[in-house]
Design a protein around this ligand. Structure first.
Ligand SMILES: [Fe+2]
Ligand SMILES: [Fe+2]
Length: 402
């Protein structure tokens, strides 16, 4: 009995001491609010752009003008860093000299000058994230496609989470990422914040939609190859071409048409994919007339056939639709290769649904009105696309062999 008390007493005393120490620490922390330096916040990102085999661009936005720094390396201890002392709110740094097809850890840091101390304080640091440099030409890879995520961030968040779980190498958005492109707040609320967990580890690309309003914010927040509203890039054994279909609605865009033809002609990639916002084939009820957006975009289809484009992805209409392989506006039901092109409408990322005409169009292989995203796996011989609904259940499948 006595022995036990001897043990209990010192433990009790130690606890008292600890409680006292804790309370002393709290008292010391109570600095008057007016003397505290304003903290800065990261309000967008960090997010990944323009991934290449040996380089990547990382962007983020802070609420105050601040410096830019990226710590990175193969381990979480970050053996390398790049620093830009210039003060800015939208930060953009390209890291080069990287290893091909390699996973890196990174964090971003921003500092603002403290006038009193004449040093750069305070500091904001992002949590540890990863990026993977682009794969070698013969390595299989995965890309996600979705679109029209605008207006309902809670839906966009679920879609982005579903995509992140599939761990794609890159993600492409078919446009209408915000409701009003000229409205600054929407870019955070509708696009960046709901998909933050996806974008900090996965580079994204956008085919600019009509709702982006060709706003300066679009060009400020992305870093795609110039001129950014249309561009192309290679990833693995595939060539991705992104065009701005807004420019085609009033009159044929000769400059872009020539660029597109040259772009498709000059690539020797095994797979060719084209992305633009307005679909050339859709069973949207408003598209039964001549002269509607879909018919205007069909002026591009002969180019896709001539240069062996495999699949064209669009959005704008808020549902899902997949055509049979089409050649010269006709169905090539059994030819999933060579000249025939499959057209996908994927506009189910968050905006209110659009309907479909009652009777199936001659070109429609599958269609559905639901929130969804597409995950495509590529290797030298096969393209396999699985389409998932917002609960993560697959509901359509496309396989193209070479
Ligand atoms: Fe849309
Ligand atoms: Fe649209």
């Amino acid at each position: 009995m006595l022995k036990r008390n001897i043990i209990i007493l010192p433990v009790f005393a130690l606890c008292l001491l600890l409680v006292q120490c804790t309370s002393i620490t709290i008292v010391q922390d109570e600095t008057p609010p007016e003397e505290k330096v304003q903290p800065i916040r990261i309000i967008k990102g960090p997010y990944l752009q323009n991934v290449q085999r040996t380089a990547i661009t990382i962007m983020w936005e802070t609420d105050l003008e601040s410096t830019s720094q990226i710590d990175y390396g193969n381990e979480i201890t970050y053996s390398e860093k790049v620093v830009c002392e210039k003060l800015k709110r939208i930060h953009e740094i390209t890291i080069s000299g990287l290893e091909v097809e390699t996973i890196y850890h990174y964090q971003v840091i921003s500092r603002i000058p403290d006038e009193k101390e004449e040093k750069m304080e305070p500091v904001i640091t992002s949590k540890d994230s990863t990026f993977k440099t682009a794969v070698r030409e013969d390595s299989p890879f995965t890309f996600a496609v979705y679109g029209d995520n605008r207006t309902y961030p809670e839906v966009h968040e679920k879609i982005a989470k579903g995509i992140a779980e599939k761990k794609p190498d890159i993600v492409l958005n078919t446009g209408d990422v915000v409701e009003f492109g000229l409205f600054y707040e929407g870019w955070g609320r509708e696009f960046f914040e709901p998909a933050q967990e996806l974008f900090r580890n996965t580079p994204f690309y956008i085919a600019i939609g009509n709702h982006e309003q060709d706003a300066p914010w679009y060009y400020d927040f992305v870093s795609f190859p110039e001129p950014e509203n249309y561009y192309s890039f290679d990833y693995g054994n595939a060539h991705f071409t992104i065009i701005d279909s807004n420019q085609w609605l009033d009159k044929p865009d000769t400059e872009q048409y020539e660029w597109l033809e040259e772009d498709l002609k000059s690539t020797s990639a095994v797979w060719k994919f084209v992305f633009f916002h307005h679909p050339p084939y859709s069973s949207y009820p408003g598209y039964t007339e001549e002269g509607t957006e879909d018919k205007k975009l069909r002026v591009l289809c002969p180019l896709f056939e001539r240069y062996n484009v495999d699949v064209v992805f669009s959005g704008h209409v808020h549902n899902y639709e997949r055509t049979y392989p089409l050649l010269n506006n006709n169905v090539e039901r059994y030819r999933y290769r060579d000249k025939a092109v499959v057209y996908i409408v994927t506009g189910g990322g968050g905006a209110e649904h659009d309907s479909l005409i009652e009777n199936r169009s001659y070109f429609t292989a599958e269609s559905a009105i639901m929130y969804h995203y597409c995950i495509s796996k590529i290797d030298a011989k096969n393209f396999q696309m699985m389409v998932y609904n917002i609960e993560g259940k697959p509901f359509d499948f496309l396989n193209i062999g070479k």
